[in-house]
Design a protein around this ligand. Sequence first.
Ligand code: XIL
Length: 350
Amino acid sequence: MGAAMTLGGCGDPAKSQDPPIPQGPVPELRQIAPFPVGVAVSTLDIADPQLAGLIARQFSQVTPNWQMKMEIVLREDGGFDFSKADEIAAFARANRQRLFCHNLIWHQENPIAFQRLDGGGRDVFLNAYRNYITALVSRYRGQAVGWDVLNEPVAEDGNGLRDSLWSRNIGVEDYMLLAFQFARAADPDAVLLVNEYNLENNPQKLDTFLRLVERLLNRGAPITGLGNQSHIGIDTQPGASTRAMQALAKFGLPIHVSELDVSMGHRRLDLRSPAQKEALQSRRMAEVAEAFCALPAAQRFGFTFWGIRDRDSWLQRPPNGDGTDAPLPFYDDLRPKPAFYAVADVFRKA
Ligand code: XIL
């Protein structure tokens, strides 16, 4: 009897928390949700027939994972290479998905063509800056539903704004304002967003971000949406994602959950079982979904996962990880995880 109890796992608290494995067909998020459900994809993903099928079935919006970033699009000689970005745009068209473009200006992207102009005078730099933004936005005008115009402008610790190639050559907030103005001139219809992260975990950063958005709007920046990346973890405090969402929503602008993943962490001394961690992951993802679904319909721009299956996540590769994380909604064999079902349940009630 005692042995049977041990073998049966009755003594393991994690086991008793295991959610039942759902039966029947896998729910399709794009059919269930009354708003766009997106995913970040790479050209490798869409070239894999199994993955491509899943992306087409589940999602109504795609964001290029890195194919529209400066390092890919802007060649050393200042010319453009849109080949990879175009592949993703064509995939979206073929599958009747919205194309969400990411991103125009980011402190992490400092390509040679711009480095060459560093310190060479504001006018020359600004001219190249305008040309870059105009070229990208014009190319996808008519297809792109929106752009992350400005990515991660707030300093890492939340105190003040980032110093970057852009701020140094154009001006601390001028580079932001001008990016929005150039993007608007190139596409009158696209939703233009500022996209930021760690707004749940760092109240100072949230505050700095909100004040920045307010100042830019007051200066006339055509910001028409806010992106909350939502790279969170299983230890993100319950309620933190909800509070950040509500604070962001106060501007009345559409909100994009733009890069959702929930890290399971890499701590060697984590005594929690995989099942316990998956249950926490489900709760954290469900909270983000609930907070998003609680927004007025006009403010639900979209709900985007930063990838499909665990092994392809950016959190698996150095410097962000060592291959032991599992932050995404699908297992490597493409079975949906408990977190996927938790989000689907929330969407069903929206
Ligand atoms: C990551 C991509 O997923 C990686 O493939 C790439 O190498 C680095 O960038 N915030 C962002 C995204 O806005 O662009 C980042 O994406 C993840 C953090």
